[in-house]
Design a protein around this ligand. Structure first.
Ligand SMILES: [Zn+2]
Ligand SMILES: [Zn+2]
Length: 757
């Protein structure tokens, strides 16, 4: 028997799979399709552990589906425009395009290392004209329908990146890209009228598609639909969801930006307004009851007829409702705190008030600010003509290509505006002198529809081939990060609804299922970052343990949606597991003869239980428990003197989605076949063989309870097996890592204690 050297077998199979097109998607297949998708990565130049965690378990799922007879479509691409590329390029003095394309090349190689079944023939790179031309096409359709429009608005402005930011891209008042404090600035820009689709985007109580509850609730809260009334208090109009409390309204609060506040000349009020405008929206919301100033003015409560004072406070936002609220301290806790702080009256409300007003609906959702004053993005396909105004670039003239030689360092004015040759054009309508729009589209525009392009990346007559979309969409499962709840996935749903209105698609939701993963932290429990020196580089780990070990580890280390630190001891445990799978081949008794060993009922039960467990868990994204079941079975098999060839082949097939290289190698060795294991069917189990008990064993380190593991009854006699499983248990492993284990005490079927101290 040869020894297990991942560095020998993995590159060999990468090459072979590529040569024989093992993962090429078969468009003519008649078997049911399965569109397996992971959010497309930024071409940062380095495939980091987060990418591995996003892709490796998703790949295991895709492989499982394929072994179950599905025609799996698993494309990938690169979200190649945007600020990270541009800023990095500025820092390094390389053109963003060259930098980006070089990174894509490097990352494609790293993806090959991972051994995914991604079909790169459908790759989409969003910074290339053949893609962004269709961004422009979609933008023009939106412009025609009034969904894209130009307007002036007080906007979130990042002073470092010198651009407008959407609300969705601000985290705790800071720019999500660079971390700078976001300020408010009046900017003329392009918007997409996502608010027109607000009602369509609200999730119903029980939707037809399977999306996590926290995503649906998060989006619904963000859309923030509330039904209420518009009431007039003198010259000030307010929106209220509780008109029946109007008789308890004892004062009024307006936003600092409200015209009523702006008209006040009082020095104290002016100072307050000036300060408030320097705060971020988040700070203002958090500030709620802390600050405010009396305007010296009064308005009439329409129900009681009494004059009530008007205050300015920055917790009221100009964008919500009318930018003014009636305060009812008797019925509202926050109004009460404000009233108490500033000694304002609290009056009982009868809750029977019926004021005269207009019924209306209000939303928290704002239109999506879509243009950026930066270089590395899709040019807006509009021409500004002094005579005709905004004129769309004719469809046949698309794409409006992004010029290469532009000084793209930020100056507070769009870099494209400095390129006179590119900028000055003839008006397509009147032929007079005109200028191109110099702004570029937010990259979230690119990523709002890229998965449509995957189905027909070379299609020339539109953004996508409707027939192929009909065949392959909606997406069956869409893997991605929880950070995209309010941005990307909401935009993607919005685009789909717009496409439906255009008659381009027939479904309402682009993905039937959404699965969100957690985050892998550095070994010290902090987010991996270069400055903290806690980054685990996948390339280095692959060199040491092999890609199979990294994939298997990522599936095993924690539930897919959880967040946990990287553990070096656990990955070496995973490597040992693979080595034991390798060495187990020496125990196959009937390697050549194909005569079956006599298997005991217990042997059969173990096999069938494992088939069932691993399959169900892979189907429901419970990767960690699937791997645990494989470990349990391996321990069982290892404890025997000999195993049956069928058992070994089954073990390999169950392991194949997680560890595609070692299983391919072993399968061909032991089955003496040229057929790829990845073309085999998933093994099936029979219910009659399944009955067996599980036993819980307590894992202690120095007598302290650290975890509880589940072991099959048949296994509890094998101390080594229990010990191995306990050592890599997610909760206990960190206490054992890098420690010298002095003694292991095992109380059969009950408890295992590692003595260290
Ligand atoms: Zn920034
Ligand atoms: Zn004109």
């Amino acid at each position: 028997m040869k020894r297990y050297f991942p560095s020998e077998i993995e590159p060999k199979w990468q090459k072979k799979w590529q040569e024989n097109g093992l993962y090429k998607f078969d468009e003519s297949s008649k078997t049911p399709k399965y569109y397996n998708l992971v959010e497309l990565p930024y071409p940062s130049g380095d495939l980091h552990m987060g990418h591995w965690f996003a892709f490796a378990p998703a790949d295991a799922h895709a492989r499982y589906k394929r072994m179950n007879g599905f025609n799996v479509f698993f494309p990938n691409g690169f979200d190649a425009f945007g600020l990270p590329a541009e800023n990095a390029a500025i820092k390094r003095g390389i053109h963003p395009k060259d930098w980006t394309l070089k990174n894509i090349e490097a990352m494609a190689k790293q993806f090959a290392t991972m051994g995914t079944m991604i079909d790169w023939a459908h790759e989409v790179i969003t910074c290339l004209p053949e893609y962004y031309r269709w961004n422009q096409w979609i933008f023009l359709k939106m412009f025609e329908k009034g969904v894209a429009y130009r307007g002036k608005a007080l906007s979130n402005w990042c002073p470092i990146d010198q651009t407008v930011l959407a609300n969705e891209h601000i985290e705790n008042g800071k720019c999500w890209r660079c971390g700078a404090e976001v300020i408010q600035k009046e900017v003329e820009q392009w918007f997409l009228k996502i608010t027109q689709y607000a009602d369509d985007l609200i999730w119903p109580e029980s939707p037809k598609v399977d999306w996590p509850k926290q995503v649906r609730e998060g989006q619904n809260n963000w859309i923030g639909k509330s039904e209420g009334m518009l009431l007039k208090f003198g010259e000030i109009e307010v929106f209220t969801t509780r008109p029946e409390t109007t008789d308890g309204a004892t004062f009024m609060v307006v936003a600092p930006e409200h015209p009523f506040a702006q008209a006040i000349k009082d020095r104290e009020v002016r100072d307050y307004i000036e300060k408030a405008q320097k705060k971020t929206e988040m700070e203002r919301k958090e500030d709620r009851t802390k600050s405010g100033v009396f305007t010296g003015k009064y308005v009439k409560n329409p129900v009681t007829g009494k004059d009530i004072p008007v205050w300015v406070a920055d917790y009221v936002l100009a964008g919500y409702g009318t930018g003014a609220i009636m305060a009812v301290p008797y019925a509202d806790e926050r109004d009460k705190q404000f009233a108490e702080k500033f000694n304002l009256p609290i009056v009982k409300t009868t809750f029977k008030t019926k004021p005269a007003g207009k019924k209306t609906v209000n939303y928290h959702l704002r239109d999506w600010s879509i243009s950026r004053q930066r270089y590395w993005g899709t040019p807006v396909p509009i021409v500004h003509c002094e005579k005709c105004g905004l004129v769309p670039v004719p469809y046949q003239d698309l794409p409006v290509e992004l010029p290469y030689n532009v000084d793209y360092t930020p100056k507070g004015k769009p870099p494209l505006a400095t390129d006179e040759e590119w900028l000055n054009v003839k008006c397509p309508k009147c032929g007079g002198r005109a200028k191109r729009d110099a702004e570029t589209l937010d990259t979230f525009f690119d990523s709002a529809w890229y998965y449509y392009r995957y189905v027909s990346p070379q299609f020339e007559n539109g953004p996508f081939d409707g027939g192929k979309v009909k065949q392959l969409m909606p997406i069956d499962v869409y893997f991605g990060g929880a950070e995209h709840t309010l941005g990307h996935t909401l935009y993607a749903r919005f685009f789909t609804k717009f496409f439906k209105d255009l008659g381009l698609v027939s479904f309402d939701e682009f993905a039937s299922k959404r699965v969100q993963h957690g985050v892998i932290l550095g070994p010290d429990g902090n987010r991996m970052s270069k400055s903290k020196g806690n980054v685990v580089n996948p390339d280095e780990v692959v060199t040491e343990y092999g890609a199979d070990a990294v994939r298997l580890y990522l599936c095993f280390m924690m539930p897919y949606e959880a967040t946990a630190p990287w553990s070096t001891s656990a990955i070496s445990g995973i490597y040992r597991f693979l080595k034991r799978v390798w060495e187990l081949q020496s125990k196959i008794k009937n390697q050549k003869s194909k005569i079956k060993n006599e298997l005991s009922p217990m042997d059969i039960t173990q096999m069938h239980k494992t088939i069932k467990k691993v399959g169900e868990d892979l189907n429901t994204f419970q990767f960690n428990t699937a791997v645990a079941a494989l470990m349990t079975w391996l321990n069982y098999l290892s404890a025997r003197d000999s195993i049956d060839r069928e058992e070994y082949a089954t073990l390999l097939r169950l392991l194949a989605p997680f560890a595609p290289f070692i299983t391919e190698e072993l399968y061909q060795l032991t089955e003496q076949s040229d057929k790829s294991i990845h073309l085999e069917n998933w093994p099936s189990y029979q219910a009659k063989y399944l009955i067996e008990e599980m036993v819980s064993i307590v894992v202690q380190v120095d007598g302290k309870l650290r975890d509880t593991i589940q072991i099959q009854n048949s296994e509890i006699k094998v101390k080594n097996a229990v010990e191995e499983l306990a050592k890599v248990s997610p909760k206990a492993s960190k206490y054992i890592e890098n420690q010298e284990i002095k003694r292991v005490i095992y109380v059969e079927g009950k408890l295992i204690n590692f003595v260290i101290g």
